[in-house]
Unconditional design. Sequence first.
Length: 123
Amino acid sequence: MSQDPGKEGYLMKIRHFFIAALLSISLPAAADFTTIAEAYELALSDVRVPATPSSGISFKVCDECEMQLVRVTPNTQYNFNGKTYTLKEFRKRVFNIRDRSSTFVSVVHHVENDVVLAVSVFE
């Protein structure tokens, strides 16, 4: 009692062929992506906020990692709980945080220009 795959088997083979063809077309396209920015989510205890608008921010991306310094510019955006502040006001708010190990900071780093685009603290 063997079944003849007939039309259903033929259609299944066509579907598999088209899926394989689409995958082979999409794989080279995936290689064309370039990383423009990287975002890090860090504990505030692993971050040193910049002193001036044209200085740098230091942070560690892991416990074993060395601190790295990345340049900030006057265009860097500083956010605290969803609101944007000047660097001076941002620093005041950050320095008032008591529990720095459980407060998270997001740092968005533009890889090509090697500058920080945004720093966000969520308390």
